[in-house]
Design a protein around this ligand. Sequence first.
Ligand code: NAP
Length: 293
Amino acid sequence: MTMARVIDGKAIAGDLRRRVQGAVEQLKADHSVTPGLAVVLVGDNPASRVYVANKARQTAEVGMKSFEHRLPASASEAELLALVNRLNGDPEVDGILVQLPLPKQIGSETVINAINPDKDVDGFHVINAGRLATGQDALVPCTPVGCVVLAKTVLGKLDGLEAVVVGRSNIVGKPVAQLLLQENATVTIAHSRTRDLSAVCRRADLLIAAVGRPRLVKGDWLKPGATVIDVGINRIEENGKGRIVGDCDYEDCARVAGHITPVPGGVGPMTIACLLANTVKAACLRRGLAVPQ
Ligand code: NAP
């Protein structure tokens, strides 16, 4: 039995980071511009702390300025909005990222929409969602961009492909569907109310699973040879040990798929690499410079 080829997200993310590093060097040399990314962490969620530390480290590694801001878990919405406003006005800051989730006394939507859309490197601001939906130049959410980069790495053009996205969140499902549409795929968005989900998935040349349900997608849900991009990061207990699995049953799907992303090591590493690329893009757009490719 043939097994799917593994899409090496770690290696592809490494290539992207090297390209970002080259772009940063070019911006410094040609325009004396060093892009800066500010990351804001409210409270002490352990997973968020790890994400923020990784973002800060990788930002510095590609030669950009990294600013870290921490507020206590008890911080008020007004305090966070005041910080966001300060960063909006700070000329050294090109990208602002407020790490989610936020403590419950703070409205995430209010905070996200207070970020200057041109510094919104997470791409969650309603203006950037609107720009993406209408095909205008936008800062696009990082994980969806990463998914499309991975898919294009193995498929080249996505023109005319049947793409099925399982999940319709504002963070992954909806923006990835918009990007696939821009790539001229025929896009179906499935969700928890979809009837006969397995039959819908079997139509897919390209399946993107962003559900948050461990191993939901099985091998017999796939068209033979399909490309599978698994966004899921699910912590489970197995044989008394904690481990991370995706939204696809990897072993089972790998027997049917043509290409598949592993979890971890697939979509995950692409997210921060795309965040760094977005920060360079924001730095260029704000100054009217061409974005290095
Ligand atoms: P989310 O906001 O919880 O959205 C999940 C989506 O899946 C919803 O649209 C939901 O449908 C749908 N869904 C839930 N159960 C379903 C089922 N049984 N059948 C079909 N659809 C179902 O999650 P998210 O933020 O998009 O994240 C999805 C997954 O990706 C999570 O595991 C998350 O950890 C991971 N993630 C990874 C990265 C990364 O790799 N860097 C980044 C972000 C997220 P309804 O809309 O009908 O409720």
